[in-house]
Design a protein around this ligand. Structure first.
Ligand code: FAD
Length: 545
């Protein structure tokens, strides 16, 4: 132990100071201070000399002062930390350590606290004997004499400069990373295996607002699960990431769809637990760094071109359809008189019709049959179309866009409520577009004929178990109960103004739904208009005929 100045308290006095402090430590005394002195527990002190040795060699700078901060004792760590030998500081005020850079208010707080016999903890900027500065984390505990007045102050401090530098560096790195992430035009989120978002950026938060508080990460993950069978738990534990997977999200309200190129990288989760110190080589918990780059603008450009192609192909399809309807209608109408002729000819000759008349009837029948045959031959065959994975939201959106002029002309408000994320359907895109167009055309015609001032068509989609449900609603006159099945029959047309309608639309729509393993019904419980419900199996369900 280093030599002691004559003005310092004797061993037994020093021992008494510490003992009386430990006997009733002031409220708020940190446990580490008590631990530093109470080497074997409060009730069982070491022999005085050994006890002093322990304090002397404690790894923190310890000083004992009188009530005016005049130093009475310092330990070895104090000497090492400050560069002062104890005989240079004993008898002097602790202020000799002050670098004069600590604000006055800090000292005022320090003194106000300890004078009220409370423990003060805080940071001060000290300087060593060589004037080099360091940041001291200081705890001062008052030690009371038997009549309850302050007898000594016990000071304990450690150099936290490096810790502070580390904290500053970390803070700097963090704000740098956050600034870089926030400035990035892509949405970034870190998601753990429980789908909890641990960190995100400005662009992500903006998306959260756009999707009215629905966690975008959840929407992206759902879409990725459907599209590439992503298993978040598996990816977080050992799986590989993914890159540039295109995901379509449909925001709430009648807002247009948005597309994102999503990438994901597996990153280790922060693990600060001391018990895991030696486990770093073992499997650590990981999470997913999800990056979503919005590509809506470029997708819209390609979609515009695609839409023009779809428009052309639908116009062609419509023309073929109209021809089919016209020819089928002609066959249907011709068949009736021919049937009557057939029936008349089937009657026995004795019923009075002269031979020459029967001959004429036979001729008429033959030429009628020939005409029907040539009409059948002229009937354009159904267009064969390849099946593919289709997104029903996308098809509906295209059909609505293609109907924009008609909707505007009829003053119809479209309330478009797509499911934000929808599983794909294996189907014929053109055929399904045709189905949806029939329904929307009918809804527009219905609200047109209703004469209602407010005309609304609401279109909703949702995933229901293994099916996709599409609902097309209008606030038109609705369909009477006795017509609810009839409307699906060929050539049934009940419009007030049939125009070019041949009554084949719902028949074709039903055929299309059935050929996709789905169904189409008129909701009998819908009041105030008509609701048509289409159900289609999601891909992987029933196959398309
Ligand atoms: P000062 O004029 O001494 O004090 C500044 C302000 O502090 C004053 O305006 C006043 O409001 C208040 N003040 C000072 N002395 C008293 C008093 N006796 N009673 C009431 N209020 C008072 N300071 C350090 O800079 N570094 C240290 O490591 C450090 N360790 C300390 C350890 C102990 C156990 C104690 C009791 C004090 C310690 N101090 C330390 C505080 C130190 O005593 C000085 O108060 C401080 O350094 C400011 O000194 P100064 O000369 O700049 O100003």
């Amino acid at each position: 132990m280093a030599q002691r100045n004559s003005s310092s308290p004797g061993d037994s006095e020093l021992n008494d100071v510490i003992r009386s402090f430990l006997a009733s430590p002031p409220e708020g005394t940190p446990a580490e201070i008590i631990d530093a002195f109470d080497v074997k527990g409060m009730d069982e002190f070491l022999p005085p000399r050994l006890f002093l040795e322990t304090v002397e060699q404690a790894p923190v700078a310890i000083s004992i002062t009188d009530p005016t901060a005049r130093i009475l004792y310092v330990n070895e760590a104090f000497e090492q930390m400050t560069g002062y030998h104890r005989h240079e500081v004993i008898g002097r005020n602790e202020s000799l350590l002050s670098s004069k850079s600590t604000p006055l208010s800090v000292y005022q707080d320090l003194w106000n606290t300890i004078r009220q016999q409370r423990v003060w903890q805080g940071k001060l900027i000290n300087h060593r004997k060589d004037r080099s500065e360091y940041l001291a984390e200081l705890t001062i505990s008052p030690v009371l004499n038997p009549d309850g007045r302050i007898a000594y102050f016990l000071g304990m401090h450690r150099d936290v400069t490096e810790l502070h530098q580390l904290e500053q560096r970390l803070q700097f790195q963090k704000s740098l990373t956050e600034a870089a992430l926030d400035a990035a035009p892509v949405a970034v989120a870190i998601v753990n295996a429980e789908r909890k978002v641990l960190l995100d950026n400005h662009a992500y938060k903006a998306l959260l607002g756009d999707f009215r508080g629905v966690e975008p990460a959840d929407l992206f993950l759902k879409a990725l699960e459907m599209q590439i069978g992503l298993d978040l738990v598996q990816v977080c534990h050992e799986g590989k990431g993914f890159s540039n997977i295109e995901v379509r999200l449909d925001p709430p309200g009648s807002r247009p769809p948005r597309w994102f190129a999503c990438s994901g990288v597996r990153v280790a989760e922060l693990d600060e637990a001391a018990q895991n110190y030696f486990r770093s080589h073992e499997k650590t918990r990981c999470c997913l760094l999800l990056v979503a780059n919005e590509i809506t603008a470029s997708r819209m450009r390609t979609n515009e071109a695609r839409l023009n192609m779809i428009r052309a192909s639908m116009a062609e399809q419509q023309m073929v359809q109209t021809m089919r309807e016209a020819i089928s209608g002609a066959i249907f109408k011709m068949q009736a008189p021919l049937n009557i002729l057939n029936a008349a000819l089937a009657m026995p000759e004795s019923n009075g019709s002269p031979d020459n008349q029967r001959g004429v009837m036979r001729q008429v029948l033959e030429s009628g049959d020939e005409a029907i045959e040539s009409l059948h031959a002229a009937l354009p065959g159904p267009t064969m179309e390849q099946t593919s994975l289709v997104n029903v939201n996308e098809l509906l959106h295209e059909v609505i866009r293609l109907q924009t002029d008609r909707l505007l002309a009829s003053g119809v408000v479209v309330d478009w409520r797509p499911a934000p994320v929808l599983p794909s359907v294996t189907g014929r895109a053109n055929g399904l577009r045709g189905l949806l167009k029939y329904l929307i055309d009918n809804a527009i015609q219905a609200v047109d004929e209703s004469g209602n001032e407010y005309r609304e068509v609401r279109i909703e989609t949702r995933a229901d178990d293994e099916e996709i449900v599409i609902e097309v609603m209008d606030n038109g006159p609705g369909i009477a109960e006795l017509h609810r099945l009839k409307v699906f029959e060929p050539f049934f047309c009940n419009w007030a103004q049939p125009r070019s309608h041949a009554g084949m639309g719902l028949t074709m729509a039903q055929e299309m739904a059935i050929s996709h393993g789905g169904s189409i019904v008129i909701d009998p419980d819908f009041l105030g208009g008509c609701r048509v419900i289409v159900r289609l199996p999601v891909s992987g369900g029933r196959s398309v005929e």
